[in-house]
Design a protein. Structure first.
Length: 339
C-alpha cells in the first residue's frame, strides 16, 4: 500500500511504474500489469462480473487474446485511489469467492482479490490518502510506503525548471521562502504549480500588486485569474476589464455548492447524479471545466462515462468555504448551523 496526501503524486507514480513496465525498463518478471482506478470501478457498482470479465471490460486486448488462466502468470493489480472508492468493501461480511470465471459484484471481487482468496498468486498495490488506508484490514497489507512530495531543494528545482529566466525564478523562490505557510504547502507538486501560475501573473504586470502571503490569498487570486481569463475567452470581456463577470460569479457559486455538498459526503470525485443534486447538468459541467480548466476537471473513462473533480482537495475546501461565506453574506443562511 502506498499512502500520500491529495495531490502529492500517487497516481502519477502508478502511471510511471506502468509506463516503465510497458517499455521494458523495469519489473521484467511481471507478465501482466492491470492499472484500475476506483473512480472507474465505482461506475460498475450495480453490475456483476467475473474477474476475467472485469479484465476483459477494462482491457479489451485480454479478451481478444483469449487470456483466462491468469494463475499461470505473474500478475500485478494496481488499485489507484482507495479514498475515492464508493463501493462498500465489506471484508468482514462479503462471501469468499475463489472462481475467476464466476460472476459476482465488483465489491466482492475486490475484497477477495485483496484478501488473497481470489487469484492468490496475484500481487496487489493499492494507493490511497492516509485517512482511507484503514479500509483495508491490516492482515492484508504486507508493506506500506509513502509519497512524501518535494523536499526543500526540489521545490527550488521545480521553480527553476518552470522559469528559465533566473531573475524571475529567484524572485518567486524568495517570496515562497518568506511565507511559512506557502513554503510548507509547496511540498505538494500541484500547489507549486498553482503558486507559479499566480506569482508569474502578478510579476508580469506593469503595476505591481501585493504578493499573496497566505494559502487563502493564493487561492483567491488564482480563482480571480481563472475567472478573468474565462470571461475574456468565452464572454468577450475586454482585456483591460479587471472585474469578475456575472457568468463567472454564477459558475463559482455553483462550483462552491458542489464542493460543499460533496465535501460533507467525503467525495472527491463527482458523477452525473452528484451534479444533478446541485442543479448542474452534464452539458453545463463540461462548460465549467472548459472555462475553469485549471480548477474543475472533466475526465472520460471507458465508454465516455464522465467523471468530474477539482484539481486538488484544498481547492475544493476553499470553494466550499467560499460558498458558506457567500450564503451567509448574501442570503443570511448559516449552512454550518445545520450540521
Amino acid at each position: 500500500m502506498t499512502t500520500g496526501v491529495a495531490g502529492i503524486g500517487k497516481t502519477i507514480l502508478t502511471q510511471k511504474f506502468t509506463l516503465d513496465w510497458v517499455e521494458g525498463k523495469a519489473n521484467h518478471d511481471i507478465h501482466f500489469t492491470f492499472l484500475l482506478t476506483f473512480r472507474e470501478l465505482n461506475l460498475l457498482k450495480e453490475k456483476e462480473y467475473s474477474l476475467v470479465e472485469l479484465l476483459h471490460h477494462f482491457f479489451i486486448e485480454t479478451k481478444e487474446a483469449g487470456i483466462c488462466r491468469y494463475e499461470r502468470f505473474k500478475v500485478l493489480f494496481i488499485l489507484d485511489g482507495l479514498d475515492e472508492c464508493r463501493l462498500p468493501l465489506d471484508f468482514q461480511n462479503n462471501q469468499t469467492w475463489t472462481d475467476v470465471k464466476e460472476p459476482t459484484s465488483v465489491d466482492v471481487l475486490l475484497t477477495n482479490l485483496i484478501r488473497g482468496d481470489l487469484l492468490p498468486s496475484a500481487r496487489i498495490w493499492i494507493t490511497t490518502r492516509p485517512a482511507a488506508a484503514n479500509q483495508i484490514p491490516a492482515e492484508c497489507v504486507d508493506m506500506v510506503t509513502e509519497v512524501r512530495g518535494f523536499t526543500d531543494p526540489q521545490k527550488e528545482e521545480y521553480f527553476r525548471k518552470r522559469f528559465r529566466e533566473e531573475t524571475l525564478a529567484n524572485t518567486i523562490i524568495s517570496h515562497v521562502k518568506k511565507s511559512r505557510s506557502l513554503h510548507i504547502m509547496c511540498h505538494i507538486p500541484v500547489f507549486c504549480w498553482i503558486t507559479a501560475t499566480v506569482l508569474v501573473d502578478i510579476l508580469k504586470k506593469s503595476q505591481k500588486e501585493e504578493m499573496p502571503k497566505t494559502v487563502t490569498q493564493m487561492y483567491s487570486y488564482f480563482l480571480w485569474v481563472q475567472s478573468i481569463q474565462g470571461d475574456r475567452k468565452y464572454h468577450g470581456r475586454a482585456e483591460t476589464d479587471p472585474y469578475w463577470g456575472p457568468e463567472s460569479r454564477k459558475i463559482i457559486v455553483s462550483l462552491g455548492k458542489l464542493a460543499f455538498n460533496q465535501l460533507k459526503k467525503g467525495n472527491l470525485i463527482f458523477y452525473e447524479a452528484d451534479l444533478a443534486e446541485c442543479h448542474i447538468d452534464i452539458k453545463e459541467a463540461s462548460v465549467y471545466s472548459g472555462v475553469f480548466t485549471k480548477i474543475f476537471k472533466e475526465e472520460c473513462g471507458l465508454y465516455q462515462d464522465k467523471v468530474f473533480c477539482f484539481v486538488h482537495l484544498s481547492l475544493q475546501e476553499f470553494l466550499a468555504a467560499l460558498y458558506v461565506f457567500l450564503s451567509f453574506i448574501n442570503d443570511g443562511v448559516n449552512l454550518l448551523s445545520e450540521e
